[in-house]
Design a binder for this molecule. Structure first.
Ligand SMILES: Cc1cc2nc3c(=O)[nH]c(=O)nc-3n(C[C@H](O)[C@H](O)[C@H](O)COP(=O)(O)OP(=O)(O)OC[C@H]3O[C@@H](n4cnc5c(N)ncnc54)[C@H](O)[C@@H]3O)c2cc1C
Length: 393
């Protein structure tokens, strides 16, 4: 890391903004370049796990978003034949987290809250309509080429943070390769305002309903239920969103739900697994989707990105306070290992079907196993991996 130039962040998604705010709060100069003209309004992540809520609370944004979302107190597993077969009250992790609940909120409601708090500290920290298109690294430190409304400018940085999403230009510019592994499905998402809690006895606000090896997920948002159905990868979007395709599936898993299910909206999205081979190349580091992508079941990838961001900010603050630059390598290695060793296997196993359900049933039957199950499902054990130990030099 070189000199007094700012840390330059590419991307004002939830991860880039979390990092920028955390860095600014730690007294580190930071500039964010976002290629869009404003924040993304796309409907994507909905799930915030307890350690992520603690991070957002420490950053001073939880108070602003809490009235906008839905507090989740239980996760339930169901079979069509037997109803509720495994019930996990999140109060079981009250000894592990001071915020022992999941929170459901569109990620597009988080980013404005992060931006607002950041702008109070650093009014000019974020530039929109500014795309990072290249990075050069040399002895004087890295320089980012940014393409904006008035052409290209070269911005010297002390460190470049690629938070520019799955197709990261920063990752490419830094020469960091990725490993890709496709999933054998895509996802159909139905948003319904129908009161599904009346159709399924003891329905939990996060429920997985199994029938044989197949399952669907139900997520309670403030105003709607998200019904998540895995579909064959080659099924065209329009065919998947046609009631003639999805209505029989809804009938099969939720026989007592209104038929046809009234929809507020529907969409189809792809899921893939992609892992950067390194988190760091010289004075460039990656966080969030730029470093890792995985399937959406379990709702972990953005959470892991926010956790990348806070642990990076803590590491850089420790270095600025006199710590060794080796802390940054230790952070990069620790985050790589936690994503490969915990995040990817955790999201993969949940799409395995009935063998996974058997494990879940046994876990729910024993309070110690149930707590361990939730610590793992809520990412409590991995959130701060990579942060330097207090007083680390
Ligand atoms: C349908 C769906 C549901 C999901 N549900 C969950 C969930 O419940 N929980 C969970 O944890 N995760 C979930 N995810 C994953 C989550 O949405 C992503 O992990 C999250 O958006 C990653 O944030 P990010 O800031 O790293 O990247 P992004 O959100 O992709 O943001 C990157 C930003 O960088 C900008 N950008 C790109 N290139 C450049 C450039 N060259 N220069 C400047 N700016 C650039 C982009 O415009 C964008 O604003 C879901 C994903 C989908 C698609």
């Amino acid at each position: 890391m070189a000199g007094a130039a700012p840390i330059v962040v590419a991307g004002a998604g939830p991860v880039g903004l979390t990092f920028a705010l955390a860095a600014a709060q730690r007294g580190l100069p930071v500039r964010v370049f976002e290629k869009r003209e404003g924040l993304s309004t796309a409907s994507r992540a909905s799930t915030f796990h307890p350690p992520t809520l603690e991070i957002l609370d420490e950053l001073g944004v939880l108070g602003a978003i809490r009235p906008l979302g839905h507090v989740i107190d239980r996760i339930g597993y169901f079979t069509v034949a037997d109803g509720l077969v495994a019930d996990f009250p999140l109060s079981l992790v009250a000894t592990e987290s001071r915020l022992p609940f999941r929170f459901h909120l569109e990620q597009a409601r988080l980013t404005p809250a992060l931006l607002e708090v950041l702008r109070r500290l650093a009014p000019d920290a974020v530039a929109f309509d500014s795309e990072a298109v290249g990075v050069s690294q040399g002895p004087a430190g890295p320089v980012v080429t940014v393409r904006g409304p008035s052409g290209e400018t070269r911005v010297p940085a002390s460190l470049v943070v690629g938070a520019d999403g799955a197709g990261s230009a920063i990752r490419t510019a830094a020469g960091i390769d990725v490993d890709d592994a496709p999933y054998a499905h895509r996802v159909l998402r139905l948003m319904t305002a129908a009161p599904l809690e009346l159709a399924v006895s003891r329905l939990a606000p996060v429920s997985y309903v199994f029938d044989g090896a197949d399952s669907i997920s139900l997520l309670r948002m403030r105003d709607v239920w998200r019904v998540i159905i895995r579909i064959p990868p080659d099924l065209p979007d329009a065919a998947a969103m046609d009631p003639s395709y999805y209505a029989p599936i809804v009938r099969r898993f939720l026989p007592a739900a209104p038929d046809p299910l009234p929809l507020v909206s529907s969409d189809v999205y792809g899921v893939s697994k992609r892992m950067a081979r390194r988190y760091r190349s010289g004075d460039v580091v990656l966080i969030g989707d730029a470093a890792h992508l995985t399937n959406t079941r379990g709702g972990m990838n953005m959470n892991a990105g926010i956790q990348d961001a806070i642990t990076l900010a803590d590491t850089l603050a420790a270095i600025a306070a006199g710590g060794t630059g080796a802390l940054l390598d230790a952070w990069a290695q620790a985050r790589l290992e936690v994503v490969m060793g915990a995040l990817l296997p955790r999201t993969d196993r949940t799409v395995r079907g009935s063998s996974w359900l058997d494990q879940v049933r046994s876990a729910a039957a024993d309070p110690h196993m149930a707590r361990a199950f939730l610590v793992d499902a809520c990412m409590i054990d991995i959130a701060r991996v990579g942060a330097p130990a207090k007083g680390a030099r």
